[in-house]
Design a protein around this ligand. Structure first.
Ligand code: BGC
Length: 731
């Protein structure tokens, strides 16, 4: 059941024309079945140069909300022929479709810290999108979790840009290897739902480059075909008409050669947007469903009036068609068989294969074990007679499977957040289902799904050998509000969770708490001596209960790690949701754990934390400067890892770099991790390579990445606070 757990260091594939890219390979030679951009552009030119202005504009214009088969479609062109392209959510599976897989969310994929699994997730998802004739998957999201309450952070990969960059790159490579265009989103500074279309994210240029655009630069290096600009403004200009972030940073500095599409309804002008670098307006309408558009005839007229150049529209068409050719979609692409707005009229097309097996595996790989006292886990079935399962969250969704719009039920077992970043469940294995299937007939399971009957819960738990209490915290996208939340109003558990955990802990001294949450929660009960284990399975999708049971019963040795910080108090965090129109990113580089490090605040569970059923030791760290030109590596750190326990398992060694003081960086930055599988007693030497870019800072004066010079330290450990070895090197 264990996933592939070893991973050789990946060389980044880089865009060929990135201007300021340091130390990265300079070719986009496709290692992933896609054409190089150069070859794709050759094909694109041969068709676009035969198109009229109107035809080129048509490629760049959506056909309108609820007018087509997909959430977005472009106009087709006839003579020369180019098809209408289908764009569909979501980052975790096909939205508005039947017979599809509803897998783990981005945040749980990130928690696996498993590059191979993250890539395979991209591959299986895209195989489904392709089989249904979808040209663009609207994902991955690499929005960084700036504030823990943020409503959509679960769609992305957590609080760290480097982790988001790796997870984004692997997802994109996986998606595009299947011939589907990945759409990385939401560019940029889209870090809260509150006032998302009217607030301005104000980010200084250094922070913009080092934190916010970092994952996009990695996406561009991976050859991403499309980037979605976000709803919000950036420094008081809408993201989708922001010349600096689209033209200067994305297209010139990063050398992005694919297309920029608007988020749905995020275009606010014709001339400004076109000239600032927007290449496609989605879903076409000015206001969703109004039938008007800023592109279409308005863009044609703007060209005729000389306000937008013909070259700019040609460039839009080239970027769109090049993305299509790069993914070889001209070599026989399935017809679109979705029918987003008339689901019952969609033909039955089965695309799921055995993806459920993989979803179960990556779900288990994403389980983070936060506490395990007295080795209560894995459960020893031979010693146990009765387990009580407590909390509605262990059971089915009371409103029914897919019973609420875009998964906004907020009750029952939580396996994804809500909003456009969802897919319908084909089925949902709840914790009760998964545990029942694994426990076998000899172990008695009792349950209550009443979160408010605390006496009933106490009674049920009192004579059980073990009581497992289930709780959750949900969040989602702005257009749906559940109990006052899209961004979370607080960091507490939902549905009386804290009281339930407290009540059960009063009567049973072997309590295991299982929390499925969209992000961090407060744990006022954490110091209770009867709470022996805390398990954190994230948002695991349709196989959730099976993935959980695999870890609880020890079929999988947990190796998931927190992709964000769980603080003791809400106020410990460096950023929060704000209802101000001007969102100043005043924490600058101190996003996530960097804030806690810089301010000397102890988190409850730190970024990168997670336990195993075995033990690992680290020894013999060395770091050497190689100055290898072109190949990416400038410094290599080597360390030996040993599994000193009596179970096989995977460790996630993490490399953090402390820059020379003069660089003005946070105390340490994640710059490497690997998932290393070791049998009991086995040891292995592993290398981390750091590129020049990873050892550079963004210099505001020269507006370039600049090499830091002086003494660096590499810290290698099992989490951001569990550093096992450090070594210095001088550049
Ligand atoms: C979301 C995007 C999504 C789009 C299309 C927007 O509301 O922000 O992430 O892809 O809708 O559904």
């Amino acid at each position: 059941m264990a996933l592939i757990t070893r991973y050789a260091l990946l060389l980044l594939t880089a865009a060929s024309c990135a201007l300021h890219t340091l130390g990265l390979p300079t070719t986009d030679a496709a290692s992933d079945n896609t054409l190089t951009w150069d070859d794709a552009y050759t094909k694109a030119r041969s068709i676009v140069h035969r198109m009229s202005l109107e035809q080129k504009v048509g490629l760049a214009t959506g056909m309108g909300w609820e007018k087509t088969l997909c959430v977005g479609n472009t106009y087709a062109s006839t003579n020369p022929n180019f098809p209408s392209l289908c764009l569909q959510d979501s980052p975790l599976g096909i939205r508005f479709a039947d017979n599809v897989t509803a897998g783990v969310s981005g945040i749980t994929a990130a928690a696996s810290f498993d590059k191979v699994a993250i890539r395979q997730r991209g591959e299986y998802m895209a195989s489904e999108f392709k089989a249904k004739g979808v040209h663009f998957q609207l994902g991955p999201s690499v929005d960084i979790m700036r504030a823990p309450q943020s409503g959509r952070a679960w769609e992305g990969f957590g609080e760290d840009p480097w982790l988001s960059g790796v997870a984004g790159r692997e997802t994109i490579t996986g998606i595009q290897s299947q011939g589907v265009i990945a759409t990385v989103k939401h560019y940029i500074g889209n870090s809260q739902e509150t006032h998302r279309t009217t607030s301005s994210s104000n980010i200084d240029k250094r922070t913009l480059h080092e934190v916010w655009t970092w994952p996009y630069a990695r996406a561009v290096e991976a050859g991403v075909g499309a980037i979605m600009c976000s709803y919000n403004l950036v420094d008081d200009t809408y993201a989708c008409e922001n010349d600096y972030i689209l033209n200067t940073v994305l297209k010139n500095e990063m050398g992005f050669r694919g297309l920029v599409m608007s988020d749905w309804g995020a275009t606010h002008s014709t001339v400004e947007s076109a000239n600032a670098g927007l290449d496609m307006t989605m879903p076409g309408d000015i206001l969703m469903g109004d039938g008007f558009t800023y592109f279409g005839a308005n863009l044609t007229k703007a060209v005729q009036d000389g306000q937008v150049s013909d070259d700019r529209v040609t460039d839009m068409a080239l970027r769109i068609t090049a993305a299509y050719y790069k993914m070889r979609q001209d070599e026989g692409y399935p017809d679109t068989t979705l029918n987003t707005f008339n689901r019952s009229e969609a033909p039955e097309v089965l695309v799921q294969g055995d993806h459920a097996t993989f979803v179960r595996e990556i779900g288990a790989a994403g389980v983070v074990l936060l506490r395990n006292q007295d080795n209560i886990l894995p459960l020893k079935t031979s010693d146990l007679k009765k387990i009580a399962l407590i909390g509605s969250h262990a059971g089915p969704i009371p409103q029914g499977l897919n019973g609420c719009p875009d998964q906004s039920c907020g009750r029952g077992h939580l396996a994804m957040g809500w909003g456009s970043g969802t897919a319908d469940f084909p089925y949902l294995i709840t914790p009760t289902d998964g545990i029942t299937a694994r426990a076998g007939g000899n172990l008695k399971l009792v349950h209550t799904y009443d979160d408010y009957d605390l006496d009933g819960a106490r009674e049920l738990a009192a004579d059980a050998d073990i009581a497992i209490v289930f709780a959750m915290a949900d969040a989602g996208e702005e257009y749906i509000v559940v109990n006052g939340n899209n961004d979370r109003q607080n960091l507490s558990l939902w549905n009386n969770g804290d009281n339930l955990i407290q009540a059960v802990s009063e009567v049973n001294d072997n309590v295991i708490v299982v929390i499925n949450a969209v992000g961090p929660v407060l744990m006022p009960w954490i110091d209770h001596e009867n709470i022996k284990a805390v398990v954190w399975p994230g948002l695991a999708g349709q196989e959730s209960g099976n993935s959980l049971a695999d870890v609880l019963f020890g079929d999988v040795n947990p190796s998931g790690r927190l992709p964000y910080t769980i603080a003791r108090n809400k106020d410990d965090y460096g950023a929060h949701i704000s209802s101000d129109a001007e969102l100043d990113y005043s924490e600058k580089l101190l996003v996530g754990y960097k804030w806690f490090d810089a301010k000397g605040i102890d988190p409850l569970f730190e970024f990168g934390y997670g336990l195993s059923y075995t033990n690992f030791e680290y020894s013999g760290l060395s770091a050497r400067v190689t100055r290898k030109q072109g190949a990416g590596a400038q410094v290599i750190a080597s360390i030996t890892l040993s599994n000193t326990g009596d179970r096989d398992g995977a460790e996630i060694p993490q490399a953090y770099i402390a820059f020379p003081k003069s660089a003005g960086e946070p105390p340490k930055l994640l710059r490497g991790f690997q998932k290393v599988f070791l049998q009991a007693g086995e040891q292995k030497a592993i290398d981390f390579e750091f590129t020049e870019k990873e050892l550079s800072v963004w210099d505001e004066e020269s507006e370039m990445w600049k090499h830091s010079e002086g003494e660096f330290t590499v810290h290698i450990g099992a989490s951001s606070r569990d550093i096992r070895a450090s070594a210095s090197f001088i550049i």
